[in-house]
Design a protein around this ligand. Structure first.
Ligand code: FAD
Length: 337
Protein backbone atom coordinates (compact mmCIF):
# COMPACT_ATOMS: atom_id res chain seq x y z
CA UNK A 1 0.00 0.00 0.00
CA UNK A 2 1.45 3.37 -1.00
CA UNK A 3 0.00 6.25 1.00
CA UNK A 4 -0.73 9.48 -0.85
CA UNK A 5 1.25 12.51 0.37
CA UNK A 6 0.25 16.13 0.88
CA UNK A 7 -3.43 15.94 -0.06
CA UNK A 8 -5.59 19.07 -0.09
CA UNK A 9 -8.46 18.64 2.42
CA UNK A 10 -10.72 21.54 1.40
CA UNK A 11 -12.97 19.32 -0.77
CA UNK A 12 -13.28 16.86 2.13
CA UNK A 13 -14.88 19.19 4.70
CA UNK A 14 -18.28 20.86 4.28
CA UNK A 15 -17.04 24.11 5.87
CA UNK A 16 -14.55 24.23 2.95
CA UNK A 17 -11.68 25.16 5.28
CA UNK A 18 -8.13 24.98 3.91
CA UNK A 19 -5.48 22.49 5.00
CA UNK A 20 -3.45 19.57 3.73
CA UNK A 21 -2.94 16.06 5.07
CA UNK A 22 0.67 14.87 5.24
CA UNK A 23 -0.59 11.35 4.36
CA UNK A 24 -3.91 10.13 3.02
CA UNK A 25 -5.50 6.78 2.22
CA UNK A 26 -8.97 6.07 0.89
CA UNK A 27 -10.39 2.92 2.56
CA UNK A 28 -12.78 0.92 0.38
CA UNK A 29 -12.49 -2.51 2.05
CA UNK A 30 -12.18 -3.61 5.69
CA UNK A 31 -9.08 -5.65 4.86
CA UNK A 32 -7.14 -2.51 3.90
CA UNK A 33 -7.29 -1.36 7.53
CA UNK A 34 -5.07 -4.23 8.67
CA UNK A 35 -2.07 -2.97 6.67
CA UNK A 36 0.94 -2.10 8.85
CA UNK A 37 1.51 1.11 6.85
CA UNK A 38 -1.54 2.56 8.62
CA UNK A 39 -0.05 2.29 12.11
CA UNK A 40 0.90 5.97 12.08
CA UNK A 41 1.19 7.62 15.47
CA UNK A 42 -1.18 10.40 14.44
CA UNK A 43 -4.26 9.26 12.59
CA UNK A 44 -7.71 10.65 11.90
CA UNK A 45 -10.69 8.74 10.55
CA UNK A 46 -12.63 10.87 8.06
CA UNK A 47 -16.15 10.34 6.77
CA UNK A 48 -17.95 13.06 4.82
CA UNK A 49 -16.27 15.89 6.78
CA UNK A 50 -19.66 17.42 7.66
CA UNK A 51 -18.99 17.70 11.39
CA UNK A 52 -15.44 18.92 11.22
CA UNK A 53 -13.48 22.14 11.78
CA UNK A 54 -10.07 21.87 10.18
CA UNK A 55 -7.46 23.92 12.00
CA UNK A 56 -5.02 23.97 9.06
CA UNK A 57 -2.50 21.38 7.92
CA UNK A 58 -2.68 17.92 9.51
CA UNK A 59 0.72 16.30 10.03
CA UNK A 60 -0.60 12.73 10.37
CA UNK A 61 -2.51 10.19 8.32
CA UNK A 62 -6.10 10.70 7.15
CA UNK A 63 -8.08 7.50 6.59
CA UNK A 64 -11.01 8.38 4.38
CA UNK A 65 -13.74 5.81 4.99
CA UNK A 66 -15.42 4.83 1.72
CA UNK A 67 -16.47 1.21 2.32
CA UNK A 68 -19.63 0.62 0.25
CA UNK A 69 -22.49 -1.85 0.53
CA UNK A 70 -25.99 -2.21 1.92
CA UNK A 71 -28.17 -5.26 2.36
CA UNK A 72 -30.96 -6.90 4.35
CA UNK A 73 -28.92 -9.01 6.75
CA UNK A 74 -31.76 -10.77 8.50
CA UNK A 75 -35.36 -10.46 9.61
CA UNK A 76 -37.45 -11.93 12.38
CA UNK A 77 -41.08 -11.57 13.39
CA UNK A 78 -40.40 -8.14 14.91
CA UNK A 79 -37.80 -6.36 12.82
CA UNK A 80 -35.62 -6.02 9.74
CA UNK A 81 -31.84 -5.94 10.31
CA UNK A 82 -30.08 -3.83 7.69
CA UNK A 83 -26.31 -3.65 7.31
CA UNK A 84 -24.49 -0.80 5.58
CA UNK A 85 -20.84 -0.05 4.85
CA UNK A 86 -19.30 2.87 6.75
CA UNK A 87 -18.73 4.84 3.54
CA UNK A 88 -22.35 4.81 2.36
CA UNK A 89 -23.90 8.27 2.11
CA UNK A 90 -26.31 8.54 5.04
CA UNK A 91 -29.18 10.26 3.23
CA UNK A 92 -28.99 7.93 0.21
CA UNK A 93 -29.02 4.96 2.58
CA UNK A 94 -32.12 6.23 4.41
CA UNK A 95 -33.98 6.80 1.13
CA UNK A 96 -32.98 3.31 -0.07
CA UNK A 97 -34.42 1.69 3.09
CA UNK A 98 -37.69 3.54 2.50
CA UNK A 99 -37.85 2.38 -1.14
CA UNK A 100 -37.30 -1.21 0.04
CA UNK A 101 -40.31 -0.90 2.37
CA UNK A 102 -38.28 -0.83 5.62
CA UNK A 103 -39.34 2.35 7.41
CA UNK A 104 -37.96 3.78 10.63
CA UNK A 105 -35.13 6.12 9.65
CA UNK A 106 -37.24 8.69 7.73
CA UNK A 107 -36.90 11.39 10.41
CA UNK A 108 -33.13 11.39 9.82
CA UNK A 109 -33.46 12.22 6.11
CA UNK A 110 -31.04 14.73 4.57
CA UNK A 111 -28.48 14.65 7.39
CA UNK A 112 -25.15 14.91 5.55
CA UNK A 113 -22.28 12.50 6.08
CA UNK A 114 -21.70 8.78 6.12
CA UNK A 115 -23.24 5.73 7.77
CA UNK A 116 -20.02 5.07 9.72
CA UNK A 117 -20.11 8.46 11.43
CA UNK A 118 -23.78 8.25 12.46
CA UNK A 119 -23.14 6.44 15.80
CA UNK A 120 -20.19 8.69 16.75
CA UNK A 121 -22.35 11.60 17.85
CA UNK A 122 -25.64 9.64 17.82
CA UNK A 123 -27.10 11.77 15.03
CA UNK A 124 -30.58 13.03 15.66
CA UNK A 125 -33.29 15.21 14.19
CA UNK A 126 -37.04 15.74 14.33
CA UNK A 127 -37.67 13.59 17.39
CA UNK A 128 -35.43 10.61 16.53
CA UNK A 129 -31.87 9.65 17.41
CA UNK A 130 -30.01 6.95 15.51
CA UNK A 131 -29.51 5.11 18.84
CA UNK A 132 -33.19 4.13 18.64
CA UNK A 133 -32.57 2.18 15.40
CA UNK A 134 -28.98 1.05 16.07
CA UNK A 135 -28.27 -2.64 16.55
CA UNK A 136 -24.47 -3.05 16.40
CA UNK A 137 -21.37 -2.09 14.46
CA UNK A 138 -18.08 -3.58 13.38
CA UNK A 139 -14.89 -1.61 13.86
CA UNK A 140 -11.19 -2.16 13.36
CA UNK A 141 -9.37 -1.44 16.64
CA UNK A 142 -5.88 -0.17 15.79
CA UNK A 143 -4.65 -0.78 19.34
CA UNK A 144 -5.85 -4.39 19.66
CA UNK A 145 -5.29 -4.98 15.92
CA UNK A 146 -8.61 -6.81 15.69
CA UNK A 147 -12.11 -6.36 14.34
CA UNK A 148 -14.64 -5.85 17.15
CA UNK A 149 -18.41 -6.08 17.22
CA UNK A 150 -19.92 -3.39 19.41
CA UNK A 151 -23.59 -3.67 20.29
CA UNK A 152 -26.05 -1.06 21.49
CA UNK A 153 -25.71 -1.94 25.18
CA UNK A 154 -22.09 -0.75 25.31
CA UNK A 155 -22.31 2.33 23.08
CA UNK A 156 -23.50 4.65 25.90
CA UNK A 157 -25.56 6.72 23.50
CA UNK A 158 -26.76 10.08 24.80
CA UNK A 159 -27.66 13.45 23.28
CA UNK A 160 -25.04 13.90 20.49
CA UNK A 161 -22.76 11.57 22.39
CA UNK A 162 -21.52 7.99 22.51
CA UNK A 163 -18.76 5.84 23.97
CA UNK A 164 -16.63 6.75 20.93
CA UNK A 165 -16.64 10.41 21.92
CA UNK A 166 -16.36 9.75 25.66
CA UNK A 167 -13.21 7.68 25.10
CA UNK A 168 -11.84 10.24 22.61
CA UNK A 169 -11.47 7.47 20.02
CA UNK A 170 -12.90 9.91 17.47
CA UNK A 171 -9.81 12.12 18.00
CA UNK A 172 -7.15 9.44 18.45
CA UNK A 173 -8.23 7.49 15.39
CA UNK A 174 -8.21 4.27 17.44
CA UNK A 175 -11.46 2.82 16.05
CA UNK A 176 -12.40 2.74 12.40
CA UNK A 177 -16.05 1.74 12.04
CA UNK A 178 -16.39 -0.46 8.96
CA UNK A 179 -20.13 -1.26 8.97
CA UNK A 180 -23.28 -0.63 10.98
CA UNK A 181 -26.37 -2.81 11.50
CA UNK A 182 -29.72 -1.10 12.06
CA UNK A 183 -32.80 -2.71 13.58
CA UNK A 184 -36.00 -1.40 11.99
CA UNK A 185 -39.14 -2.59 13.83
CA UNK A 186 -41.88 -4.04 11.63
CA UNK A 187 -44.53 -2.26 13.65
CA UNK A 188 -44.06 1.27 12.39
CA UNK A 189 -45.30 4.23 14.40
CA UNK A 190 -45.42 7.56 12.58
CA UNK A 191 -43.34 10.17 14.40
CA UNK A 192 -44.39 13.68 13.42
CA UNK A 193 -44.77 15.30 16.80
CA UNK A 194 -42.34 18.08 15.89
CA UNK A 195 -44.42 21.19 15.21
CA UNK A 196 -42.71 21.97 11.86
CA UNK A 197 -43.37 18.47 10.54
CA UNK A 198 -46.96 18.31 11.83
CA UNK A 199 -47.69 21.70 10.21
CA UNK A 200 -46.13 20.72 6.87
CA UNK A 201 -48.24 17.55 6.74
CA UNK A 202 -51.41 19.37 7.84
CA UNK A 203 -50.83 21.95 5.10
CA UNK A 204 -51.04 19.06 2.59
CA UNK A 205 -54.15 17.69 4.37
CA UNK A 206 -52.23 14.53 5.29
CA UNK A 207 -53.68 13.03 8.46
CA UNK A 208 -52.16 9.53 8.39
CA UNK A 209 -48.76 10.04 6.78
CA UNK A 210 -46.69 7.30 5.19
CA UNK A 211 -42.96 7.04 5.98
CA UNK A 212 -42.20 8.58 2.57
CA UNK A 213 -44.51 11.51 3.25
CA UNK A 214 -42.74 12.20 6.56
CA UNK A 215 -39.36 11.98 4.78
CA UNK A 216 -40.54 14.39 2.05
CA UNK A 217 -41.86 16.88 4.60
CA UNK A 218 -38.58 16.78 6.54
CA UNK A 219 -36.50 17.13 3.37
CA UNK A 220 -38.50 20.21 2.34
CA UNK A 221 -38.23 21.79 5.81
CA UNK A 222 -34.48 21.16 5.97
CA UNK A 223 -33.91 22.53 2.46
CA UNK A 224 -35.76 25.67 3.46
CA UNK A 225 -34.10 26.15 6.86
CA UNK A 226 -30.53 24.97 6.39
CA UNK A 227 -27.88 26.18 3.95
CA UNK A 228 -26.69 23.68 1.33
CA UNK A 229 -22.98 23.11 2.13
CA UNK A 230 -22.23 22.94 -1.62
CA UNK A 231 -23.35 26.59 -1.93
CA UNK A 232 -22.78 28.02 1.56
CA UNK A 233 -20.16 25.95 3.39
CA UNK A 234 -21.24 24.97 6.93
CA UNK A 235 -21.22 22.12 9.44
CA UNK A 236 -24.90 22.14 10.45
CA UNK A 237 -25.80 23.05 14.03
CA UNK A 238 -22.63 24.50 15.46
CA UNK A 239 -23.47 24.34 19.19
CA UNK A 240 -25.18 21.79 21.40
CA UNK A 241 -28.52 22.75 22.85
CA UNK A 242 -27.55 23.38 26.49
CA UNK A 243 -29.01 21.19 29.21
CA UNK A 244 -29.54 23.21 32.39
CA UNK A 245 -31.09 22.44 35.74
CA UNK A 246 -34.74 23.16 36.33
CA UNK A 247 -34.10 26.15 38.66
CA UNK A 248 -31.89 27.98 36.18
CA UNK A 249 -34.43 27.39 33.38
CA UNK A 250 -37.21 28.89 35.50
CA UNK A 251 -35.04 31.87 36.46
CA UNK A 252 -34.22 32.56 32.81
CA UNK A 253 -37.87 32.14 31.81
CA UNK A 254 -38.85 34.82 34.33
CA UNK A 255 -36.50 37.26 32.57
CA UNK A 256 -37.22 35.96 29.03
CA UNK A 257 -40.81 34.61 28.88
CA UNK A 258 -40.40 33.56 25.22
CA UNK A 259 -37.43 31.27 26.06
CA UNK A 260 -38.14 27.83 24.50
CA UNK A 261 -37.73 25.11 27.15
CA UNK A 262 -37.82 21.33 26.66
CA UNK A 263 -38.06 19.35 29.95
CA UNK A 264 -36.00 16.13 29.89
CA UNK A 265 -36.67 12.80 31.58
CA UNK A 266 -33.75 13.36 34.01
CA UNK A 267 -35.28 16.60 35.35
CA UNK A 268 -33.00 18.91 33.40
CA UNK A 269 -34.30 21.32 30.77
CA UNK A 270 -32.98 21.61 27.22
CA UNK A 271 -32.73 25.16 25.87
CA UNK A 272 -32.58 26.09 22.19
CA UNK A 273 -29.03 27.29 21.46
CA UNK A 274 -30.24 28.93 18.22
CA UNK A 275 -32.71 31.09 20.17
CA UNK A 276 -30.02 32.18 22.65
CA UNK A 277 -27.65 33.08 19.79
CA UNK A 278 -30.38 35.01 17.98
CA UNK A 279 -31.28 36.96 21.14
CA UNK A 280 -27.58 37.76 21.61
CA UNK A 281 -27.75 39.51 18.22
CA UNK A 282 -25.87 36.99 16.09
CA UNK A 283 -28.53 35.89 13.58
CA UNK A 284 -27.17 36.94 10.17
CA UNK A 285 -24.17 38.63 11.78
CA UNK A 286 -20.56 37.96 10.72
CA UNK A 287 -17.08 38.51 11.99
CA UNK A 288 -14.80 38.58 8.95
CA UNK A 289 -15.65 35.70 6.57
CA UNK A 290 -17.52 33.64 9.20
CA UNK A 291 -21.01 34.34 10.50
CA UNK A 292 -24.20 32.82 11.83
CA UNK A 293 -26.74 31.95 9.11
CA UNK A 294 -29.49 34.48 8.49
CA UNK A 295 -32.31 31.89 8.53
CA UNK A 296 -31.05 29.77 11.45
CA UNK A 297 -28.71 31.36 13.99
CA UNK A 298 -27.41 27.97 15.17
CA UNK A 299 -25.60 27.35 11.87
CA UNK A 300 -22.14 28.85 11.44
CA UNK A 301 -21.29 29.58 7.79
CA UNK A 302 -18.14 30.29 5.80
CA UNK A 303 -18.97 33.20 3.49
CA UNK A 304 -15.78 32.54 1.51
CA UNK A 305 -12.07 32.16 2.13
CA UNK A 306 -12.34 31.43 5.87
CA UNK A 307 -9.68 29.49 7.78
CA UNK A 308 -10.04 27.40 10.92
CA UNK A 309 -8.76 30.40 12.91
CA UNK A 310 -11.61 32.56 11.51
CA UNK A 311 -14.12 29.91 12.62
CA UNK A 312 -12.65 29.78 16.13
CA UNK A 313 -12.73 33.61 16.36
CA UNK A 314 -16.45 33.83 15.48
CA UNK A 315 -17.23 30.85 17.70
CA UNK A 316 -15.51 32.52 20.69
CA UNK A 317 -17.33 35.83 20.05
CA UNK A 318 -20.73 34.07 19.93
CA UNK A 319 -19.94 32.10 23.09
CA UNK A 320 -18.86 35.28 24.91
CA UNK A 321 -22.03 37.16 23.95
CA UNK A 322 -24.36 34.31 24.93
CA UNK A 323 -22.50 33.95 28.24
CA UNK A 324 -22.81 37.71 28.87
CA UNK A 325 -26.56 37.72 28.08
CA UNK A 326 -27.69 34.48 29.70
CA UNK A 327 -24.78 33.16 31.80
CA UNK A 328 -24.78 30.00 29.69
CA UNK A 329 -21.63 28.43 28.18
CA UNK A 330 -22.26 27.04 24.70
CA UNK A 331 -20.33 23.91 23.68
CA UNK A 332 -19.45 23.41 20.01
CA UNK A 333 -20.82 20.30 18.29
CA UNK A 334 -18.23 19.68 15.51
CA UNK A 335 -14.90 17.94 15.94
CA UNK A 336 -11.82 20.19 15.82
CA UNK A 337 -8.89 18.67 13.94
C1 FAD B 1 -26.16 21.06 6.70
C2 FAD B 1 -25.87 20.11 7.84
C3 FAD B 1 -26.91 19.63 8.61
C4 FAD B 1 -26.67 18.75 9.67
N1 FAD B 1 -27.73 18.29 10.40
C5 FAD B 1 -27.52 17.42 11.41
C6 FAD B 1 -28.63 16.92 12.17
O1 FAD B 1 -29.78 17.23 11.91
N2 FAD B 1 -28.36 16.06 13.19
C7 FAD B 1 -27.08 15.65 13.49
O2 FAD B 1 -26.93 14.86 14.42
N3 FAD B 1 -26.03 16.10 12.78
C8 FAD B 1 -26.21 16.97 11.75
N4 FAD B 1 -25.14 17.44 11.03
C9 FAD B 1 -23.76 17.00 11.40
C10 FAD B 1 -23.23 15.83 10.55
O3 FAD B 1 -23.98 15.66 9.39
C11 FAD B 1 -23.23 14.51 11.34
O4 FAD B 1 -22.47 14.65 12.51
C12 FAD B 1 -22.67 13.34 10.52
O5 FAD B 1 -22.87 12.13 11.19
C13 FAD B 1 -21.19 13.50 10.22
O6 FAD B 1 -20.84 12.52 9.28
P1 FAD B 1 -19.51 12.58 8.45
O7 FAD B 1 -19.39 11.30 7.69
O8 FAD B 1 -19.48 13.83 7.64
O9 FAD B 1 -18.42 12.62 9.61
P2 FAD B 1 -17.08 13.46 9.70
O10 FAD B 1 -17.41 14.91 9.82
O11 FAD B 1 -16.14 13.07 8.63
O12 FAD B 1 -16.52 12.94 11.10
C14 FAD B 1 -17.21 13.20 12.29
C15 FAD B 1 -16.57 12.36 13.40
O13 FAD B 1 -16.82 10.99 13.16
C16 FAD B 1 -15.61 10.26 13.05
N5 FAD B 1 -15.81 9.24 12.02
C17 FAD B 1 -16.33 9.44 10.78
N6 FAD B 1 -16.44 8.25 10.14
C18 FAD B 1 -15.95 7.30 10.98
C19 FAD B 1 -15.77 5.89 10.90
N7 FAD B 1 -16.13 5.18 9.83
N8 FAD B 1 -15.20 5.26 11.95
C20 FAD B 1 -14.84 5.93 13.08
N9 FAD B 1 -14.99 7.27 13.21
C21 FAD B 1 -15.55 7.94 12.18
C22 FAD B 1 -14.55 11.28 12.70
O14 FAD B 1 -13.26 10.86 13.14
C23 FAD B 1 -15.05 12.49 13.46
O15 FAD B 1 -14.63 12.41 14.80
C24 FAD B 1 -25.34 18.33 9.96
C25 FAD B 1 -24.28 18.81 9.16
C26 FAD B 1 -24.54 19.69 8.11
C27 FAD B 1 -23.39 20.18 7.26
Amino acid sequence: MTLQQKIELTPFNTLALPGTAACYQKITTSAQLTASELLATKRFILGGGSNLVLNGDFSGLILHMAIPGKRLLNEDADAWYIEAGAGENWHDFVQWTLRQGWPGLENLSLIPGTVGAAPIQNIGAYGLEVAERFHSLTAWDFEKRAFLTVDRSICQFAYRDSLFKQQNWHLSGRMAITSVIFRLPKIWIANYRYADVAQALAAQSITTPTPQQIASAIITIRQHKLPDPAITPNAGSFFHNPLVDHKLAEKLAADYPALPRYPQADGRVKLAAGWLIEQAGWKGKSLGPVGMYEKQALVLVNHGGATGADVRRTMAAVQADVKAHFGIALTPEPIFL
